[in-house]
Design a protein around this ligand. Structure first.
Ligand SMILES: Cc1cc2nc3c(=O)[nH]c(=O)nc-3n(C[C@H](O)[C@H](O)[C@H](O)COP(=O)(O)O)c2cc1C
Length: 350
């Protein structure tokens, strides 16, 4: 599979998740079988480009290519400028966010709210494509199935986006109105796939190898994108790849491997965020990794009381050493994809 002229390793993608899919996590997912990862969204507001948050989001040090950066905003000229700013900092692909439902984004008509203002959505797509074309940088776009139940305009928009030069479309199978409620539906994604020639990526509620296979079959999509089910489970990509190739399940990872992956992830995380922020933002990752393990909830509460990175890291190491005495491999777990992360996202949107 290709995005424009850029080849991809496979058709299993990590979804952009603000506050989650930072460079350390993307690297980990890629190492464990994801063929492609898009950065968390970067604002088109110039006054925020020098903020610590935006500069961390623009960090691609050591990340294997292709480097893809998602931009969010409401003004076509600013979005074009933001695209070039990120190209100058290493982006090889630019993705436009028309999928995020967070109020902080949507009140300003960005994210999925743009789907309600089709002329503006198209103007933005055109401006970003025009800015990136001389640099030979493909532009992709992520959207929802529509604005509301009665306004599912993804198919009509997909046709126009393709005609202005968008080179890949990702569709999350929910409307903006739904937020993260209800279930993703795949009929609209199948209709988008049937309507355009550029690659289409199916997204929403893919939580297992079986579901990935079923969604690929139901939609005819070129790839699947996985968000929440990869939280604390970056090896889901190799599990899906194995299942798609063989029809069989890979054994859950060894506790010893999870220990190594999580401890390395934490070191990388502390390096990117520094002691104070890193300590806090690592807590959710630790909780996700360990949620299915014996005593995981009690350990999560304990972790939240620790105020020092080194202590946090050693506590995780000790906990997993104890787990390794009890079992070789992680138990198989069901990953709910029905949590509503909108509120968390609102705090993360800028
Ligand atoms: C915490 C969180 C942050 C997100 N941030 C973004 C974002 O920055 N850009 C975006 O296009 N989508 C964002 N999303 C939406 C995901 O990319 C994805 O479309 C959605 O979670 C559905 O996929 P899933 O069911 O596999 O999680 C976010 C989702 C979550 C849970």
């Amino acid at each position: 599979m290709h995005i424009g002229h850029i080849p991809l390793a496979n058709r299993l993608f990590v979804a952009p998740m603000a506050g989650v899919t930072d460079r350390p996590f993307r690297q980990l997912c890629k190492a464990l079988g994801a063929g492609y990862a898009v950065s968390e969204m970067v604002t088109s507001r110039k006054d925020l480009w020098n903020s610590l948050k935006t500069s961390r989001r623009a960090n691609h040090e050591g990340e294997p290519g292709p480097i893809a950066v998602q931009i969010a905003g409401t003004d076509a000229a600013m979005m074009a400028e933001a695209a070039l700013y990120n190209v100058d900092r290493g982006a090889q692909i630019i993705d436009i966010n028309m999928g995020c439902p967070a109020k902080k984004v949507c009140n300003k008509w960005a994210g999925s709210a743009l789907m309600q203002n089709e002329p503006l959505a198209i103007e933005i797509a055109q401006a970003v494509v025009d800015a990136c074309a001389p640099r030979n940088v493909p532009v992709t776009l992520k959207m929802r199935t529509g604005w509301s139940q009665d306004h599912r305009n993804a198919v009509a928009l997909a046709r126009v986006f393709e005609s202005v030069g968008i080179q890949m479309l990702t569709v999350h199978g929910r409307t903006r109105e739904q937020g993260y409620r209800g279930h993703a539906e795949y009929d609209t994604i199948a209709a988008v796939k049937a309507a355009v020639r550029v690659p289409v990526v199916a997204n929403g509620d893919i939580t297992s190898p079986e579901k990935a296979k079923a969604v690929l079959a139901a939609t005819g999509a070129d790839a699947v994108m996985i968000g929440r089910a990869a939280q604390g489970r970056p090896w889901i990509f190799r599990e899906i790849a194995h299942y798609l190739a063989t029809g069989e399940h890979l054994a859950p990872p060894l506790v010893a491997e999870v220990r190594r992956l999580l401890l390395d992830h934490l070191q990388d995380h502390y390096r990117l965020y520094g002691e104070s922020t890193g300590l806090r933002s690592a807590r959710k990752h630790i909780a996700w990794y360990l949620r299915a393990l014996p005593g995981g909830e009690a350990f999560r509460q304990h972790i939240n009381t620790i105020e020092d990175c080194s202590e946090q890291w050693h506590a995780v190491a000790r906990y997993l050493d104890a787990i390794a005495q009890q079992m070789d491999r992680l138990p198989p777990v069901a990953y709910p994809a029905d949590a509503d992360p909108s509120e968390e996202q609102e705090g993360l949107a800028a």
